[in-house]
Design a protein. Structure first.
Length: 162
C-alpha cells in the first residue's frame, strides 16, 4: 500500500475514530484532541502497519493506548503553589513519617537477604532499568530476568505480610 493510499484510508476513518474517542472521554473537545493525536500517531507510524490487516482495529489500539497514557500522566501530576511561582511536581509530596523510614529499612534488608541471583535484577529494575537493559548488563536471557524479578516480588510480598 502506498503512503497516499494509507493516508487516505486513515483520514477517511476520522469520524469513526472521533466517535470511538468520545466513548472514552465523554467530552467532545477532548475526543477531538484524542482523535487528532491518534491519527497523527498512525500517520507517523505507517511503517508499523501491516498491509491486509484490520486498520480500524489498529487505530482503536492506538487511541486506547494514547488515552491510557494521557490519563496516567494527568493523574500523576500534582500542582503546588509557592509564593514565588507555580511548580508542577510528579507524584505525591515527600511526607515521611518514622514508620515509613522503619518500613523502608525493613524492605531494604529483605531485598539484601534475597539470593544474589534474584536480588541483582530486582534492584536494577527498582532503580529504573528496563528489562532488556538488565539482561544486557548481567548477560542473561530476557526471560530469565523477567522471571527473577517476578519471583523476587513474590518472595518479598510474602515476607512483608508477616
Amino acid at each position: 500500500m502506498t503512503a497516499f493510499e494509507f493516508n487516505s484510508r486513515v483520514i477517511a476513518l476520522n469520524d469513526f475514530i472521533s466517535r470511538f474517542a468520545l466513548q472514552y472521554t465523554k467530552d467532545e473537545d477532548l475526543a477531538k484532541d484524542l482523535a487528532q493525536e491518534t491519527i497523527l500517531k498512525a500517520l507517523t507510524n505507517r511503517e508499523k502497519f501491516r498491509t491486509n490487516t484490520n486498520l480500524k482495529g489498529w487505530l482503536k489500539v492506538i487511541l486506547k493506548n494514547t488515552f491510557i497514557n494521557s490519563y496516567r500522566k494527568k493523574s500523576n501530576q500534582m500542582i503546588s503553589y509557592n509564593s514565588e511561582y507555580y511548580r508542577v511536581m510528579n507524584g505525591n509530596p515527600d511526607e515521611y513519617k518514622p514508620d515509613d523510614i522503619l518500613m523502608t529499612d525493613h524492605i531494604e534488608k529483605l531485598i539484601n537477604d534475597l539470593d544474589p541471583a534474584m536480588a541483582e535484577p530486582f534492584k536494577m529494575h527498582f532503580e529504573g532499568f528496563k528489562y532488556h537493559e538488565i539482561a544486557e548488563e548481567l548477560d542473561l536471557p530476557l526471560g530469565t530476568v523477567k522471571s527473577r524479578i517476578h519471583q523476587s516480588r513474590k518472595v518479598l510480598a510474602k515476607k512483608v505480610e508477616r
